[in-house]
Design a protein around this ligand. Structure first.
Ligand code: ADP
Ligand code: MG
Length: 359
């Protein structure tokens, strides 16, 4: 069992505060993914949970027990890093069972645990090999095996797949998802890979400059981002953001159409309008909300990305499902799907989605 809770946690290095107001409750068995730009504090937060970095303020508990002063090895948490740090002179099996060896566990117990972990991770045929005889993905698996064998109450991962090439990353991502299903342990996972975050997480925590911006399921973050930062961080390609002016019926695009939102937007001054590339329809040049010209067309097979130039709204990204023919320079009309518009106040706070706005 491991229900973890961070209450008003802060972190300072000397006089520099790098994290603040960290409040987060992680349920037993939950898969939490921490995302955010480089330097936002993902590793620092993970290391505070592991006990590798002191907590400057606030409290961290596991199953209700205060952990702030508890040594890392007494927290019963395993951490898997980007670098595998395997012992080169030991076989895979011995590497995996080494924590038990140090603890003086009987040889048969060790062998049984190693065999079990090797089976979970598909390493059965490799237990007698040395790390130098393994691929990067296999080494990462051994590092995970080493963590599993300790039977910790929680696992922490800091960008464990970032050294692997693309196809291996996908394979290992599935492996980690399976591992979570099999062990049902609490897991906290740091990544800068969108797809990893969206596919693995029960809930995603978005960090920016040492503060939590939003916590929610992948779909909540995608559909109802709390602010412009989260809106533009989650989703690929990035959400388009355009300036807009509120008026009686909705919002007006600069020198363009008024988008009827069914009511007046109660805000002072200008707002910004957000729309994801997949929520813009390509229509006849004479129709739509915005006139544009195709600039660069990318055929991805399953989808087509069209970078367009507009006269008054700058460059926009449009994503169309399927493989459509489009010549660069071709004029087109763009229609913004009303039900998928986001609005942001001047400070970036989300003003709610259209159904909520119209209510
Ligand atoms: P991330 O993992 O999200 O890229 P980090 O947790 O490594 O970010 O860093 C968060 C912030 O803390 C950064 O601004 C970084 O410069 C600072 N930081 C990290 N470690 C130290 C340290 N040992 N001394 C001073 N500042 C540090
Ligand atoms: Mg980091």
């Amino acid at each position: 069992m491991a229900r973890m809770e961070l209450k008003d946690v802060t972190k300072s290095y000397g006089s520099v505060e790098v994290m603040r107001d960290i409040n987060l409750a992680i349920d037993d068995g939950e898969f939490i993914v921490l995302v955010g730009p480089s330097g936002c504090g993902k590793s620092t937060l993970l290391r505070m949970i592991a006990g590798l970095e002191p907590i400057s303020g606030g409290e961290f508990t596991i199953d209700g027990a205060r952990m702030n002063e508890v040594r890392p090895r007494d927290r019963d948490i395993a951490m898997v890093f980007q670098s595998y740090a395997l012992y080169p002179h030991m076989t895979v099996g011995r590497n995996m069972g080494f924590s038990m060896e140090i603890a003086g566990a009987p040889k048969e117990d060790r062998a049984r645990k190693v065999a079990e972990a090797a089976k979970v991770l598909g390493l059965e045929k490799l237990v007698d090999r040395y790390p130098r005889e393994l691929s990067g993905g296999q080494r990462q698996r051994v590092a995970m095996g080493r963590a599993i064998i300790r039977e910790p109450r929680a696992f922490l991962f800091d960008e464990p797949l970032s050294n692997l090439d693309a196809s291996l990353r996908i394979e290992m991502r599935l492996e980690i998802a399976r591992l979570h299903q099999a062990l049902k342990s609490t897991m906290v996972y740091v990544t800068h890979d969108q797809v990893e975050a969206l596919t693995l997480a029960d809930r995603i925590v978005v960090l920016e400059a040492g503060r939590i911006q939003q916590v929610g399921s992948p779909l909540e973050l995608y559909e109802r981002p709390a602010n412009k930062f989260v809106a533009q961080f989650i989703g690929s390609p990035t959400m388009n953001v355009l300036p807009a002016t509120p008026d009686e019926a909705g919002v007006r695009l600069p020198q363009g159409a008024t988008l009827d939102l069914g009511r007046e937007i109660a805000t002072l001054g200008t707002v910004e309008l957000g729309i994801r590339p997949e929520h813009i329809d390509v229509v006849d040049p004479a129709q739509g909300d915005i006139r544009a010209k195709a600039d660069v067309v990318e055929h991805l097979g399953s989808d087509t990305n069209i970078y367009v130039r507009t006269e008054h709204q700058g460059g926009l990204m449009v994503r169309v499902h399927g493989n459509i023919a489009m010549t660069p320079g071709a004029p087109l009309g763009l229609r913004l799907q009303r039900e998928n518009l986001h609005l942001f106040a001047a400070d970036g706070t989300a003003l709610g989605r259209k159904p909520a706005l119209a209510a």
